[in-house]
Design a protein around this ligand. Structure first.
Ligand SMILES: Nc1ncnc2c1ncn2[C@@H]1O[C@H](COP(=O)(O)OP(=O)(O)OP(=O)(O)O)[C@@H](O)[C@H]1O
Length: 236
């Protein structure tokens, strides 16, 4: 069946999630279409990671409506969503080749050719061990694994934080290189300045809900300011 381009690829309505007394998501609404790169922005603790985990199907005790490609988070949505967490999840002693095997075993849509292409782009070899790598190199491995899936939605949690500016640029180029035309990339970051040239749209969060969202071009035109400036004004 042909995809329905009128329906958003991701639909979230009145999403709420608390950890004990801490409210992480407080009635969040969001609709995103495929074929765009969206920056998920906000201060520490505003709920970005929690939102990404709900979308990735890793947090299920929430209330509200969440649909990805028409599915609630679960096995069907997980098959379409590739999630890169903000922490390292690979064993230190592993070689890159082992990580590729692990992903290929776990994800039916893992594309080894895409992974090899990205590794080459990042100048990494499959024989390298993670423990011998810099933080930037390890991040490149994790980005390779996440982006080498033939997913419809890519959720990347802070993929360039703690990485030097040159490596950030290369990682972002690698992400762009591997992104399909109709895919949706939702990428959380504090580094709006680095990401601004890539972004089609932004979602700015505060206290567990969306305070500002829209197309990057529209926001820049309406406010005669860069996203970087709008970000600073929003959170000042
Ligand atoms: N497992 C957990 N247990 C208890 N509280 C949590 C847990 N995970 C997140 N929180 C709390 O929920 C709120 C939202 O956290 P979350 O990690 O989603 O924010 P964030 O925007 O991703 O932050 P950061 O930018 O620092 O990564 C915070 O107050 C955080 O302390």
């Amino acid at each position: 069946m042909a995809p329905d381009y009128r329906r958003p690829l991701m639909e979230v309505a009145d999403l709420r999630k608390s950890y004990g007394p801490t409210v992480a998501l407080d009635g969040l609404d969001l609709q995103l279409h495929g074929g765009q790169i969206v920056g998920l922005l906000g201060e520490n603790g505003c709920g970005k990671t929690t939102l990404l985990k709900v979308l990735a199907g890793l947090v299920s005790d929430y209330s509200g409506e969440v649909h990805i490609a028409g599915h609630q988070p679960g096995p069907e949505s997980k098959a379409k969503v590739s999630f890169l967490p903000d922490t390292s999840f690979l064993p230190d002693h592993a070689r890159v080749s082992y990580c590729l095997e692990l992903y290929a075993d776990f994800f039916a849509d893992f594309d080894r050719e895409k992974a090899r292409d990205l590794l080459g782009f990042f100048r990494l070899q499959e024989s390298m061990r993670l423990r011998d790598m810099s933080k930037g190199m390890r991040e490149k491995v994790q980005v390779t694994l996440a982006m080498a899936r033939q997913a419809q939605v890519f959720l990347l949690d802070e993929p360039i934080s703690g990485v030097d500016p040159a490596a950030r640029e290369v990682i972002l180029q690698g992400i762009l290189r591997s992104l399909g035309e109709d895919s949706l990339l939702l990428i959380s970051t504090h580094l709006i300045h680095d990401l601004e040239p890539l972004l089609d749209a932004v979602v700015m969060m505060r206290y567990g809900s969306v305070v500002l969202s829209g197309s990057a071009d529209d926001l820049r035109a309406e406010r005669s300011a860069s996203l970087d400036q709008i970000f600073k004004e929003t959170y000042s």
